[in-house]
Design a protein around this ligand. Structure first.
Ligand SMILES: NC(=O)c1ccc[n+]([C@@H]2O[C@H](COP(=O)([O-])OP(=O)(O)OC[C@H]3O[C@@H](n4cnc5c(N)ncnc54)[C@H](O)[C@@H]3O)[C@@H](O)[C@H]2O)c1
Length: 274
């Protein structure tokens, strides 16, 4: 079951994978989930993360290309989670989230890696209205500068697939929480278990050149097509609706942009240096 990328879903156990952002919310959980499923797992972050037994832990700043090169030596694949995870000054987003992603893709290519799985975001399409079902093939409509930089990073992933034959998968993560916390998250929630399912599918799906899908639970009120994820083998099992009784305003219907408060001008402007 070899694909264009050379990744064989049965052979993750024979491979070396690097997880960036491994000390973060998603990275901590994902590394624990992947430990034992991958032959050699390297967890990296700004400071060396606490890692489960058998997982290597290395400090590297994504802004430092030499440091990224050193971490990626010998890797078959990279799960790239590291970066600024919300709206911020554009100069910082560009340096960490865009140039940092370039460092990961370019050093993966130079190292002979076969696949990069990129943590993109639902915020690349947060200006679509709530009554539109969004498919990854639709044009981006980011709800802020963070989303706009994620769009650019998805473009780098597409480029590295088309031009250099590096398989890349952009995973547009919903709202990763233990349980949905507000009305918006009844549509956008990604449970931790479904998050692991999404990343394992992105790592091991066959016949991948460039792919992009929404990592979101099977929410009754969901806004995004699940088909592209299903095509890669991502079949979410959880539904935010099971928690609706605990969510304030759950009886309401959300209107306006899918990004909700994130799409408000002040959310972006208040985070710029001037
Ligand atoms: N949590 C969500 O709901 C969500 C939704 C959409 C997208 N995402 C994306 O998923 C990824 C992980 O999200 P998270 O919630 O775990 O975020 P997080 O902030 O908890 O983790 C991000 C990690 O990146 C590291 N990092 C930041 N700058 C770095 C640098 N210069 N060099 C090396 N490491 C650096 C941080 O130290 C942190 O541990 C992010 O790329 C985020 O944009 C998350």
């Amino acid at each position: 079951m070899n694909d264009q990328s050379g990744v064989d879903s049965a052979n993750l156990r024979d491979q070396t994978w690097v997880v960036t952002g491994a000390a973060g919310t998603i990275g901590t959980r994902l590394v624990a989930d992947l430990a034992g499923r991958v032959n050699r797992l390297v967890a990296t972050d700004l400071a060396a993360p606490d890692a489960p037994y058998g997982v290597e832990s290395v400090a590297a700043d994504l802004r430092d290309q030499d440091a990224v090169a050193a971490v990626l030596a010998g890797a078959h694949g990279v799960v790239h989670l590291g970066g600024i995870a919300d709206e911020a000054d554009l100069h910082d987003l560009a340096e960490v989230n865009l140039v940092g992603t370039y460092h990961v893709l370019e050093e993966a290519r130079r190292a002979g890696a076969r696949r990069v799985v990129y943590a993109s975001s639902n915020r690349v399409t947060g200006c679509y209205p709530c009554d539109v079902t969004v498919h990854p093939s639709m044009p981006p409509r980011p709800d802020g500068l963070y989303g706009a930089v994620k769009v650019a990073a998805e473009g780098l992933c597409q480029l590295y697939a088309d031009k250099f034959g590096l398989a890349t998968v952009a995973v547009r993560i919903g709202s990763y929480e233990e349980r949905p916390l507000d009305l918006r998250q009844l549509s956008t929630w990604l449970s931790p278990a479904d998050c692991s399912r999404a990343f394992r599918a992105a790592m091991s799906a066959t016949d991948v050149g460039y792919a992009c899908f929404y990592a979101v639970s099977a929410n009754t009120r969901g806004w995004w097509s699940l088909e592209p994820g299903a095509a890669l083998g991502f079949l979410p099992q959880d539904d935010a609706e099971e928690f609706a009784a605990t969510v304030p305003d759950a009886a309401r219907t959300m209107r306006g942009p899918q990004g909700g408060d994130y799409a408000a001008p002040e959310y972006t402007l208040s985070r710029q240096r001037r």
